[in-house]
Design a binder for this molecule. Structure first.
Ligand SMILES: NC(=O)C1=CN([C@@H]2O[C@H](COP(=O)(O)OP(=O)(O)OC[C@H]3O[C@@H](n4cnc5c(N)ncnc54)[C@H](OP(=O)(O)O)[C@@H]3O)[C@@H](O)[C@H]2O)C=CC1
Ligand SMILES: Nc1nc2c(c(=O)[nH]1)N=C([C@H](O)[C@@H](O)CO)CN2
Length: 235
């Protein structure tokens, strides 16, 4: 039996992307990851048989260089998971740079990778694209205007690519609210953030993998963005 086509997860050197890559490898699914920072986790994924490609999506040139490297290591793809993300706040005097970075990582990279890798996906059946968005796109963010706008744009890419690539490639999104804190998050921030949802928990990355598994396994879902927000919209 031929080896299954690989699943690409971008930004998988840590946290949610790393967790999902590990779970897919546990199931015998070939995995390709992109990473920006060399970490022990990347070495570990290589040791488990994953292909790890360095990539910086903050520029068109960086995105196109990644696409070329990707095409050099596979002739098909089972799925693309656009997970890479920069959670920037705009610092005074650097607003335009932050906006351009957010646009590039969250919109230009998925856009160009989807367009350039369509044929790789069409060599697999079924085939999926999954965009990692953010529940905050639903209502806006006064603290992260550029980040939020770029995630809202990503949600719109889900709709457009779902229409363009149907019926051979399903295109969906996952829009979490809090999944996992960062180490530097202090107790006051953690308490305030947990209180924003009806369920009031930090669920961990497994809830994103459950959403990923659902979208990969379901033949009748496209153009949909799954909400994983603990009922934040109820508060
Ligand atoms: N964590 C959470 O609670 C939530 C997460 N999300 C979304 O889920 C996804 C995963 O979240 P999380 O695991 O916390 O993400 P991280 O903040 O850990 O970022 C994931 C990876 O993105 C990579 N990355 C950042 N900037 C660039 C760039 N310019 N080019 C290429 N890669 C880049 C980083 O690579 P490296 O480390 O190798 O430099 C990083 O490891 C993201 O899309 C996020 O927006 C949404 C809501 C809540
Ligand atoms: N790229 C990232 N995006 C987001 C992160 C993160 O750590 N990296 N974290 C969040 C928060 O958990 C937020 O949902 C609650 O404070 C959002 N996006």
């Amino acid at each position: 039996m031929s080896r299954p086509a690989p699943i690409l997860i971008t930004g998988a050197s840590q946290r949610i992307g790393l967790y999902c890559a590990e779970r897919l490898l546990d199931e015998g699914q070939p995995v390709i990851i992109s990473y920006r920072t060399e970490r022990d986790s990347v070495k570990h994924l290589r040791e488990r048989g994953a292909t790890a490609l360095a990539a910086d999506f903050s520029s068109e040139a960086g995105i196109l260089a990644f696409i070329e490297a990707l095409k050099g290591c596979t002739d098909s793809l089972r799925a693309i998971v656009h997970n890479a993300s920069d959670w920037l706040t705009e610092t005074p005097g650097h607003e335009a740079d932050a906006f351009q970075r957010m646009f590039s990582v969250h919109m230009l990279a998925p856009y160009l990778i989807n367009l350039h890798c369509e044929e790789l996906l069409r060599r697999s059946s079924p085939a999926d694209i999954i965009h990692l968005s953010d529940d905050v796109a639903r209502r806006g963010s006064e603290k992260r205007v550029a980040y939020c706008a770029s995630k809202a744009g990503l949600d719109n890419l889900t709709l457009s690519f779902a229409a363009r690539f149907a019926p051979d490639i399903k295109v969906n999104g996952i829009a979490p609210a809090l999944v996992m804190f960062n180490a530097e998050d202090d107790d006051a921030y953690r308490k305030k953030t947990l209180a924003k949802s009806a369920l009031g928990i930090e669920p961990g990355p497994q809830v994103v993998y459950q959403g990923l598994r659902y979208l990969l396994d379901n033949s009748y879902v496209t153009g949909t963005t799954l909400t994983l927000n603990g009922g934040r919209h109820l508060k």
